[in-house]
Design a protein around this ligand. Structure first.
Ligand SMILES: [Mn+2]
Length: 295
């Protein structure tokens, strides 16, 4: 499972190779493994298009091998689609809210945008906003967007997809503003928010990217960063900000009962962490829905 890649193709390749999910020519080695990317594949870093193409290729290869690649919708995927849709209208007032500029100012690279092909757009528009894998609820942002969008996981995904087809710039602006919110689960009522999110959409724990772990934890950024567990152990922040600094990326391996986490550090150190903080059982009982979708 990988957080925000943001165009850091070199770091992503290194992580996948160290996790034995790909070989040195970037071909899928993972057999039946499931690789999750939490959104924000592009912008900021040097090669967003390269990341996009690698993920698309691995998705096809994994499927052939009986594995799976799950790549979520991040706000930068939405920003890029908005920039594409509205950039032509700049001079004729067709981009009244400056969606193209918003994307550019948030790390958008024209060389990525200009090389996108129709198949890439279709692929981007098909990204799910949320996914439930085993007991893990996967989403991009620690934002209230999902709870405001819909009451079930499939409804959230339907509405997010519908927004990507909207013609009105206001719809895109609202979507992007809500998507850009952060730190919902680090607020005072963060554990309640996390439990409410899990009750609504299923899963026993929630994993997100979007807000770097050094921001969530208040720890200094550096190569020894690791996943941030918080909100009573219900939430795992995985954005290692790999595009911002050399050697700062990590990916994690999660087991299926959401009880154990193996962390594969960028440095190559393999570390196993057990999620057994005091009070966790109480939080889990509060979070366990009777009508979990997919069960
Ligand atoms: Mn993001």
């Amino acid at each position: 499972m990988v957080g925000d890649v943001h165009g850091a193709l070199g770091s992503l390749r290194t992580l996948l190779q160290r996790a034995r999910l790909t070989d040195f020519e970037d071909n899928w080695l993972g057999d039946g493994s499931v690789l999750v990317l939490l959104g924000d594949l592009m912008d900021r870093g040097p090669d967003g298009l390269g990341v996009l193409r690698l993920v698309q290729r691995l998705e096809a290869q994994a499927q052939q091998a009986g594995g799976q690649v799950i790549s979520l919708l991040g706000n930068h995927e939405v920003m890029m689609l908005a920039a594409l849709r509205f950039r032509g209208g700049r001079r004729v007032g067709g981009d009244p809210y400056g969606l193209y500029t918003y994307w550019k100012e948030n790390g958008g690279h024209l060389r990525d945008l200009s090389q996108l092909e129709p198949a890439d757009l279709e692929w981007l528009e098909a990204r799910p906003a949320m996914h439930l894998h085993s007991d893990w609820l996967l989403l991009h942002a620690d934002s209230g967007l999902y709870l405001r969008l819909g009451e079930s996981l499939s409804r959230v995904n339907e509405l997010a997809a519908a927004m990507l087809r909207a013609r009105t710039p206001e719809t895109w602006v609202d979507f992007l503003n809500a998507f850009a919110e952060r730190e919902l689960y680090s607020a005072e009522d963060g554990q309640e928010q996390a439990a409410g999110t899990l009750r609504a959409f299923g899963g026993r724990r929630l994993v997100h990217g979007h807000t770097p772990v050094f921001v969530l934890s208040g720890a200094p950024a550096g190569p020894l960063m690791s996943p941030h567990r918080y909100a009573g152990g219900l939430v795992l922040g995985l954005d290692s900000a790999m595009a911002y600094q050399q050697g700062a990326g990590f990916m994690v391996r999660l087991d299926d009962d959401a009880g154990r986490l193996d962390s594969v550090e960028y440095s190559g150190v393999l570390e196993t962490i057990y999620l057994t903080e005091p009070g966790l059982d109480v939080a889990l009982a509060a979070a366990a829905p009777a009508d979990r979708p997919g069960r």
